[in-house]
Design a protein around this ligand. Structure first.
Ligand code: ATP
Length: 365
């Protein structure tokens, strides 16, 4: 039978635990296909890009890599970075190369607490709560503007300049994205985070755009915070958060804090979206390649599987996405947990539990 919906997926496992968590996610996608009884098919093509590829070829991805990726419906990405290649080379050569050239300007990072996984907030459970970080993903502190010079003056005298880029257009599109998302959620609240007292140009522009855009959304409650205070708020009053929008660097840091609070960095999914759909969007866990646990089969696969669920939603498969999230929740509630969240299960055992829940859910439906 020909599948009614066929999706072309570019799979880039990358480095370290990337391939382990992507394997887990692909098992889940296979079960989504099985559940669909021939309605859905994923045609996956694997790309070997990453640090090992760099050592062999002197580049993180093929020269025509972006051209190769263009025709896919989505990119499923593991992690990038290893000790054998400087971090800034691996990051710019692969992940940022794709995000920036495919104008994936919205990075969506949900912070979700799972039943059965003790979060890190002492004496407090906010299991039923989740919030979402919206990270500006195309400019800000990651604009890559600057340079190094004057090393000729001698040892210890080199200078480096790194500039952040804030454009009114870049600020406006991500802030609007956050407001539009807030309108779809239970508590319609957007919190903007900057450090505009110290960063008096770019981040003051951001604040002004936020204030202007908020006038178009009178039904959405707004707050503006400085990042140092917001770091404390994440710990002291996370229940106040709903949609949090921030610049590239600030949201990156806050999302690691958020996922650590839920129990582990291994739990957090993310989506790098090109909202106009001119290019494929890219789905990846928030965590990196975790060299300290790579190759041991103990990486938590939930961030990668949650990212696959976000990919399904992006591809128009909302019901299937919800099924995957339910299957994850069932696995954690029943105690299928990797070591980072207090369990003893391997990556594959957790993935298999999720796959089994998914197949059972289908039978029960
Ligand atoms: P990056 O800068 O690329 O985001 P990083 O070097 O900051 O990466 P990670 O590679 O994410 O950091 O790892 C940080 C810590 O979190 C490590 O101790 C790692 O073992 C742990 N960790 C990350 N991902 C997972 C996972 N999926 N399962 C279990 N532990 C994880």
């Amino acid at each position: 039978m020909n599948a009614k919906k066929t999706f072309k997926l570019a799979v880039i496992p990358g480095d370290g635990i990337g391939s382990e968590v992507i394997d887990a996610g692909m098992k889940v996608l296979k079960q989504v296909e099985v559940n669909s009884q021939g309605e859905i098919k994923f045609e996956s093509v694997y790309f070997p890009w990453g640090c090992d590829y760099y050592l062999e070829n002197g580049k993180m991805m093929a020269d025509d890599g972006l051209d190769q990726l263009k025709s896919f419906d989505a990119i499923y990405f593991g992690a990038v970075g290893y000790s054998n290649v400087p971090d800034h080379v691996s990051l710019w050569g692969l992940r940022l190369n794709i995000c920036q050239n495919f104008d994936q300007w919205a990075n969506i990072r949900p912070v979700r607490f799972y039943k059965g996984i003790p979060g890190k907030l002492a004496n407090r459970s906010i299991e039923d709560h989740d919030w979402v970080l919206i990270r500006e993903n195309s400019e800000g502190e990651y604009a890559g503007l600057g340079g190094r010079n004057l090393s000729g003056r001698g040892l210890g005298k080199e200078v480096a300049i790194q500039s952040a880029l804030f454009t009114e257009e870049g600020c406006e599109r991500i802030i609007r994205y956050a407001f539009d998302l807030a309108r779809t959620r239970k508590r319609k609240r957007v919190t903007s985070v900057t450090k505009s007292n110290a960063q008096q140009y770019g981040m003051v522009l951001w604040d002004e755009v936020f204030a202007r855009v908020s006038k178009d959304y009178p039904d959405v409650e707004t707050n503006q915070w400085l990042v140092d205070a917001m770091a404390a708020q994440f710990i002291l009053h996370p229940e106040e958060l709903e949609v949090v929008v921030a610049s590239n660097l600030i949201a990156d840091i806050l999302s690691d804090l958020g996922s650590a609070l839920t129990g582990s960095l291994g739990l957090a999914p993310s989506a790098n979206i090109n909202p106009e759909r001119r290019f494929p969007s890219m789905f990846e866990s928030v965590h990196g390649s975790a060299p300290d646990i790579a190759g041991q089969g103990i990486a938590n696969p939930i961030g990668a599987i949650g990212s696959a669920a976000m990919m399904l939603e992006h591809l128009g498969l909302k019901e299937e996405s919800n099924d995957v999230m339910r299957a994850i929740e069932e696995a954690t509630s029943k105690g299928f947990l990797t070591r980072d969240v207090g369990g003893t299960n391997s990556t594959i055992e957790v993935a298999e539990a999720i796959v089994e829940n998914l197949s059972k859910n289908k039978v029960e439906n």
